[in-house]
Design a protein around this ligand. Structure first.
Ligand code: C5P
Length: 233
């Protein structure tokens, strides 16, 4: 059995027999509110791995460098070894979620320009929203790395928006993570799935993402299956 390096809320990371590769295993757990709400949904890990692999392949083809090496099976992928920047990198195209809660802003407003946000990935402090100077001062990344991550994220947003629009889904907002290889290359890492994106149907605004679990407004597995079905059409 491979050695477990790290266990997150929805995934595990294992060492492999190669120094520069990790194996990521998708679990069936779903959490919300920094782990306050927790449940398991049989098959969620398979759905997220499948959806995320399709998206990472699309982004690679469009020239975005990612950690992805290959999908091994339904729940496991082989990735390049990176040190994850302790940053949650968020783009908002339409207002909702913590943006509206924090600022009292109205819900569902299409923003003229995407909003770029970073949070310090730290459960003890509740993943606080920070800015570029905070990230540099806390040595979470250098200013150059911050600039690269921001530019790359804006490109990823354009690619994802177009991709989801072709599935009749609006990309409301999303969270991504980046990592650095031992030789200093910055790669898109972690996952992109309905756990980490908000997706609304173009016509009805029906939610096709983890908000169905966060807000108890639908069946998570049926919702994620519907996203995958649109991708496989
Ligand atoms: O909650 P909030 O509005 O800040 O979330 C913005 C986006 O980031 C949403 O798409 C949400 O799914 C994602 N997110 C995430 N993991 C977190 C926090 C937010 O995937 N820990």
């Amino acid at each position: 059995m491979a050695e477990l390096l790290y266990e997150g809320k929805a995934k595990q990371v294992y060492l492999t027999d190669k120094d520069d590769e990790y194996l990521i295993h998708y679990k069936d757990d779903a959490t919300a509110g920094n782990g306050v709400k927790h449940d398991q949904f049989e098959g969620k890990g398979v759905l997220n791995n499948t959806i995320s692999c399709i998206i990472f392949d699309m982004l690679e083809e469009a020239g975005i460098k990612t950690h992805m090496i290959k999908k091994l099976n339904e729940r496991d992928i082989l990735v390049k070894k990176v040190d994850i920047f302790p940053l949650e990198v968020i783009i908002r195209n339409i207002t909702t979620g913590s943006f509206c809660k924090r600022l009292g802003a109205p819900e569902g407003v299409v923003l003229e320009e995407p909003i770029f946000e970073i949070s310090y990935k730290n459960d003890d402090y509740g993943d606080p929203l920070i800015n570029e100077d905070h990230a540099v001062a806390l040595k979470l990344c250098t200013r150059e790395e911050y600039n690269f991550i921001k530019q790359e994220t804006l490109k990823i947003n354009e690619l994802l928006k177009e991709f989801f629009l072709s599935l009749n889904l609006k990309l409301v907002d999303f969270k991504i993570e980046f990592g650095k290889t031992p030789d200093g290359e910055i790669l898109l890492a972690d996952e992109i799935s309905p756990d980490s994106c908000r997706l609304w149907d173009v016509e009805t605004n029906q939610k096709y993402d983890k908000d169905v679990f966060r807000q108890d407004i639908g069946d998570l597995i049926e919702t994620y299956k519907a996203v995958l079905a649109r991708m496989q059409k």
